[in-house]
Design a protein around this ligand. Structure first.
Ligand code: FES
Ligand code: FES
Length: 161
């Protein structure tokens, strides 16, 4: 199987990897980059567990080839905390008990980060609608929604100081 050398920019770091053309971004992040925070559930675009940001857009990394991500800015859950300080979304997920087994959590965190960066003042209804694209097998949706609303409010408040 033919392979290609590519460089992926993940969380501000360059990763030199050698992959098959058909290798997904999700598998490459986990296996070649060692960033196993990105989870794989369905592997066909349904569950959202594999959500990462590509140039700021939430993307299902099981549906994207690694070669397509060259030259783009990739962000994974490992890059969410900054200088030892948790992101407001991470703090809110803890405070609202928004995870049970935690399998879906990285995908929800990255989805929430992407939508709040695109629109920091999303309404409650818009948050519910956006989060409906991801699945939680533990069905903890109420707490996940509450956490994202809390993070939205905290981030809005921080931006007005
Ligand atoms: Fe990618 Fe389910 S693993 S959407
Ligand atoms: Fe278990 Fe969501 S917390 S799948």
């Amino acid at each position: 199987m033919d392979k290609i050398d590519i460089v992926l920019a993940v969380n501000g770091q360059p990763y030199d990897v050698r992959v098959e053309y058909r290798r997904t971004l999700a598998d490459t992040l986990r296996d070649e980059c060692g960033l196993t925070g990105t989870h794989l559930g369905c592997e066909h675009g349904v569950c959202g567990a594999c959500t990462v940001l590509v140039d700021g857009q939430p993307v299902r990394s099981c549906l994207m080839f690694a070669v397509q991500a060259q030259g783009k800015k990739i962000e994974t859950v490992e890059g969410l905390a900054h200088e030892g300080k948790m992101h407001p979304l991470q703090e809110a997920f803890i405070q609202q008990h928004a995870l049970q087994c935690g399998f879906c959590t990285p995908g929800f965190l990255m989805l929430a980060r992407g939508i709040l960066e695109q629109n920091p003042s999303l309404s409650d209804d818009e948050i519910v609608e956006a989060l409906s694209s991801n699945l939680c097998r533990c069905t903890g949706y109420r707490n996940i929604i509450a956490a994202v609303k809390q993070a939205r409010d905290a981030m809005l408040e921080a931006n007005t100081k």
